[in-house]
Design a protein around this ligand. Structure first.
Ligand code: ATP
Ligand code: MG
Length: 453
């Protein structure tokens, strides 16, 4: 009865009919879509209910619906509505309008944040794109079917109404979910031109969901990949971070390379992955990250990027030392070089860059296992990150395992154990990599040609 009523209001078709014509959705009832209502956040229901009680349309949309349909508990819930940002803001006590390119409303309940967006309509292309066709600002509101057409993939363009427990599917998303296919909505070339970041999203979703990329969705990527260079670095950084913390980082990076998308994203990443030592280190770091994400533990962007760029730092560090620089200043110069280069390309935020430098700068100090140095290290604010990083260096074969074991015992040990450890001579000479004790030949100039590259 209720279903019939909804169909009548929305003018929608029953599921099981032919595919939607993109203006009228296929509608699926609870028994068709099988979403478990228990997986739906109470706050998301609160938001859709409040909007609906005030006469607006409101649905859970995007990734949350995709996850619900695959039986996964969504990590966050986005809401789409026909209320304008101002109308949304008025209905909630803690609601903030944010964003330039797309205005959205953040509705907060305690720590829980929900993003509420107003249905978007087709944009006025002439006025709002850059010279490559990238859409710059876009706050044109529209109908629900227009909103669906502007979303990226068919599986991300479904709307779930918790009140009636119905799913509205405009672009064959259900079919694609069942076929495990990632398909972009509309003409792929146009969609990548409007927003080249969508190419990175293809990679992320394909790797994360283990979906096949539809042939027409994939075909233009190799040719259009350079368009990513026009995207503001901060946005690329955000997307890279999502990719690396998706729980499938290694699969994502492999897919990025396969699609020819890794060039320019992380300068030298390809080189790093081709060096046996660097590859092992990065692989271990990403495997660790993936495991943490899958266990629901937080991952720190600074640790992640410090790991990805470590072998570039090592290389430059060696070059500065070979040019006569003392080890510690040489490490700082190497860090400067790597960070400057990456900050331009990836817009690593200042705080993240500072933390990365801390993690790197701690490394030579782990190799001083005498006197007061190890005790001072125990008080270091970022000991945990630095120590985890040290363990990665050991596991990758860059340092002797013994150094890691020593530190594990020292950190976990009592006063007596620590004393004993300090007085024990290391079993092996300090290991390879940056650890070799080498007398500086002379104090070199601040920057040398050798160290620049
Ligand atoms: P995740 O699980 O990673 O959060 P998601 O699908 O929710 O996945 P978001 O980046 O949170 O991804 O975006 C929410 C929704 O907004 C998407 O599902 C999609 O419908 C739409 N969207 C996001 N980015 C784009 C884009 N670049 N182009 C078109 N639509 C987009
Ligand atoms: Mg999301």
């Amino acid at each position: 009865m209720i279903k019939k009523f909804i169909r009548k209001i929305l003018g929608v078709k029953k599921s099981g009919h032919l595919a939607s014509d993109h203006a009228t959705p296929v509608i699926l009832s609870a028994k068709d879509h099988g979403i478990n209502p228990q997986l739906v956040s109470a706050n998301a229901i609160r938001v859709t209910q409040t909007l609906q009680d005030n006469g607006f349309k409101a649905f859970i949309v995007g990734g949350a619906v995709r996850d619900l349909l695959t039986g996964v508990k969504p990590k966050d819930f986005d809401i789409a509505t026909n209320a304008t940002p101002e109308q949304v803001k008025r209905l909630f006590r803690r609601a903030f309008i944010i964003g330039r390119r797309f205005q959205i409303v953040h509705v907060m309940f305690g720590q829980d944040l929900l993003e509420v967006t107003t249905f978007r309509g087709p944009s006025d292309k002439a006025a709002l794109t850059d010279e490559h066709g990238r859409v710059l600002r876009d706050n044109t509101f529209g109908q629900q079917h227009e909103d669906a057409a502007r979303r990226d993939f068919s599986i991300n363009a479904m709307y779930y109404d918790p009140a009636s427990q119905t799913v509205l599917d405009y672009h064959g998303g259900i079919k694609d979910i069942r076929k495990k296919t990632l398909r972009i909505i509309g003409v792929p070339e146009e969609r990548y031109r409007e927003d080249p970041v969508r190419m990175l999203r293809v990679v992320r979703f394909a790797a994360k969901l283990q979906f096949q990329i539809d042939d027409t969705t994939r075909a233009p990527i190799a040719v259009m990949a350079p368009l990513i260079n026009n995207v503001p670095a901060a946005r690329v950084f955000d997307e890279m971070l999502k990719l690396l913390t998706s729980g499938h980082a290694m699969a994502c990076l492999q897919q990025l390379r396969k699609e020819g998308l890794h060039h320019g994203l992380m300068p030298l990443l390809d080189v790093v992955l081709e060096q046996p030592m660097g590859e092992k280190f990065v692989t271990l770091a990403l495997a660790n990250t993936d495991a943490r994400v899958q266990q629901g533990k937080p991952v720190s962007p600074s640790f992640l990027f410090a790991s990805l760029l470590w072998h570039q730092v090592l290389e430059k560090w060696e070059a500065y030392k070979a040019a006569g620089e003392f080890p510690i200043p040489a490490l700082h110069l190497a860090a400067d070089d790597v960070l400057n280069r990456q900050t331009d390309a990836l817009a690593i935020q200042r705080k993240v860059a500072a933390d990365m430098r801390d993690i790197w700068a701690m490394q030579p100090r782990f190799e001083k296992r005498i006197g007061k140095t190890p005790y001072k290290m125990l008080e270091h604010q970022r000991l945990r990150a630095g120590y985890d990083f040290l363990l990665l260096r050991c596991a990758s074969g860059e340092l002797d395992e013994e150094t890691g074991t020593w530190w594990t015992e020292f950190i976990e040990g009592d006063a007596e154990t620590r004393e004993r450890l300090i007085n024990t001579k290391p079993r092996t000479a300090l290991a390879a990599g940056g650890a070799k004790k080498r007398k500086p030949r002379r104090r070199g100039p601040k920057k040398t040609a050798a160290a620049q590259e």
